[in-house]
Design a protein around this ligand. Structure first.
Ligand code: SAM
Length: 247
């Protein structure tokens, strides 16, 4: 069953309208027509609906019933991802959305190679990343589309990491494993995960993060690619504190 998201509300006769590219996709790519059933998410709640009318730019669906159960985890995971090269960011965004991550912060660190030249290029990247996350949210039947924030610098983390437990997988960490740390703490409401880029973290960056109260952890004896580390750390946190592997 295909899932769509809309910011529109359910009207007084139980109809929901969808406009824009989703309509073209439903009609032309998915060949959907009047009478077909679909799932529509309104304000974080999913409904079983049936198409009443579909034209070039508008789809009107009638609500059949609300869908039971939530596809959102009780824990809010925010992934601060050291900006990787090429299209790795899209892979990370897609997989971490499937894993239930709540929001993404592309992070510039001293060893990030990618430099977004100007606001225009950043806006274009952000638009692409948002589209990847929206598609992954539909495919994985999320009830909420995760937020992709504009690129942030290390200097902004003081403010951004104020709330919740911050976990920093560090390739040179030889004191604590992530399993030991997560199991030693009360389950938090919010977890921030900070992952370095291909070149890893500078020691000063680890010091800065430690001073902000972050827990520096190892993900094990092998060096994971940055795109692997972000996905694995999100999965581990979701498994330990959230709903991964839970019915
Ligand atoms: N340039 C580093 C090196 O060669 O040692 C590797 C950096 S790794 C490709 C990118 C990021 O993934 C690291 O900054 C860290 O956040 C995470 N990471 C990879 N393997 C890890 C491990 N075994 N333990 C903790 N973090 C790891």
């Amino acid at each position: 069953m295909h899932r769509f998201f809309t910011e529109n509300k359910i009207d007084e006769v139980g109809h929901i309208e969808i406009q824009g590219s989703d309509v073209k996709h439903a009609r032309d790519a998915l060949r959907m027509a009047s009478g077909d059933k679909l799932e529509i998410v309104v304000e974080g709640k999913a409904y079983l609906c049936a198409i009443k009318e579909i034209t070039k730019n508008l789809m009107v669906a009638g609500v059949i019933k609300p869908l039971e159960g939530s596809h959102e985890s009780s824990i809010s995971i925010n992934l601060f991802q050291g900006l990787p090269k090429s299209s790795k960011m899209e892979t990370i965004l897609q997989k971490a959305t499937e894993l239930g991550v709540s929001s993404f912060y592309p992070l510039i660190t001293s060893r990030t190679v990618v430099r977004l030249r100007d606001d225009k290029q950043q806006d274009k990247k952000l638009e692409r990343w948002e589209s990847v996350v929206q598609e992954a949210a539909k495919q994985s039947k999320r009830d909420v589309i995760p937020r992709v924030h504009p690129v942030v610098q290390m200097g902004e983390l003081g403010e951004l990491l104020k709330e919740g437990l911050t976990i920093v997988p560090y390739e040179a960490s030889d004191e604590h494993g992530i399993k030991e740390i997560l199991r030693s703490l009360e389950t938090p409401k919010r977890v921030n995960i900070v992952i370095g880029p291909e070149g890893g973290f500078e020691e000063e960056e680890i010091d800065l993060l430690e001073n902000l109260g972050a827990k520096i952890v190892s993900l094990g004896p092998r060096i994971l690619r940055t795109e692997t580390a972000g996905i694995v750390a999100s999965a581990i946190v979701q498994y330990e504190y959230g709903d991964l592997g839970v019915i």
